[in-house]
Write a protein that binds this ligand. Structure first.
Ligand code: NAP
Length: 251
């Protein structure tokens, strides 16, 4: 049955940024699809744990602004659930400031969380995939700014454009091991990431007017793509970043 190809039964996923927003939605969808999930978060993922139950969800508290936490994330996952099959690099931050004044701190903090740690966590998990010998799925959460320039967010655009780039690089190198590396580019979603933007009446109205679907997205809108790219249904999809954007990029 085709729907069986979308099942995540018996799979173990690591999802970063599991306490809120898009990451919390992905954790929920994966458990519903049959997976066990290790959520990585800076603040405790209390709400996510209550929603999903201790038998399905385990929270590793880690600050992903440094690569030092990477061995712990992988070791804790293996200790709790015995293996790892899926990694979703979802945790991310954005800093808004005019490019003419953009600070080094706003550059480094975004690049560290959104790009550097993503690369080295992915590398560590891919090594675990190779040890296990049964392939795996990597899903990088990209952005419309993997395709477009944006305004006042140079480090975010740099990080998300690079994410789309390395998604292709890693797919090129690892497809032969049965490791699928793909991305999801969410459009404008109503989460804390876009709170500031949604509070700016003018920008908010401009954005909404340009979305063909006529509304901001929600975490639930991302879940189908996240399950697809984590499942056997996407075994021949490599290095592609799928937009889930209510039509934004097509405008
Ligand atoms: P969000 O609600 O702000 O969630 C971001 C998540 O990342 C939170 O769980 C946050 O934890 C975590 N995080 C940030 N810095 C971290 C760190 N140093 N260590 C560990 N975790 C950290 O935003 P979201 O919209 O769900 O964003 C999820 C992803 O989607 C991000 O990569 C974002 O760039 C991307 N995205 C979002 C949109 C959108 O419109 N919302 C569009 C395109 C792409 P804390 O709560 O503890 O900070």
């Amino acid at each position: 049955m085709i729907l069986d190809a979308f099942s995540l039964k018996g799979k173990v996923a690591i999802v970063t940024g599991s306490n809120t927003g898009l990451g919390q939605g992905i954790c929920r969808a994966y458990v519903e699809a049959g997976a066990k999930v290790v959520g990585v978060s800076r603040r405790p993922s209390t709400e996510t744990a209550e929603m999903l139950g201790d038998e399905n969800f385990y929270n590793v508290i880690a600050d992903l602004s440094s690569c030092d936490v990477i061995p712990t994330v992988v070791e804790e996952t293996i200790k709790r659930f015995g293996r790892v099959d899926i990694l979703v690099n979802n945790a991310g931050i954005i800093k808004r400031q005019d490019s003419i004044e953009f600070s080094e701190e706003n550059w480094d903090s975004v690049i560290n969380v959104n790009l550097k740690t993503v690369f080295f966590l992915t590398q560590a998990v891919a090594k675990q995939f190779l040890t296990q010998g049964s392939g795996g799925k990597i899903i990088n959460i990209a952005s419309m700014l993997s395709y477009q320039g944006g305004i006042r967010v140079p480090s975010y655009t740099a990080s998300k454009s690079a994410i789309r780039g390395i998604t292709m690089t890693l797919a090129n190198e690892w497809a032969k091991y049965g490791i699928n590396v793909n991305g999801i580019a969410p459009g404008y979603m109503a989460t804390s990431n876009t709170q500031q933007l949604r509070q700016d009446e003018e920008r908010s109205a401009d954005i909404l007017a340009r979305i063909p679907a006529g509304r901001w997205g929600t975490p639930a809108d991302l879940e189908g793509a996240a399950v697809f790219l984590a499942s056997a249904a996407s075994d021949y999809v490599n290095g592609f970043t799928l937009a889930v954007d209510g039509g934004w990029l097509g405008r």
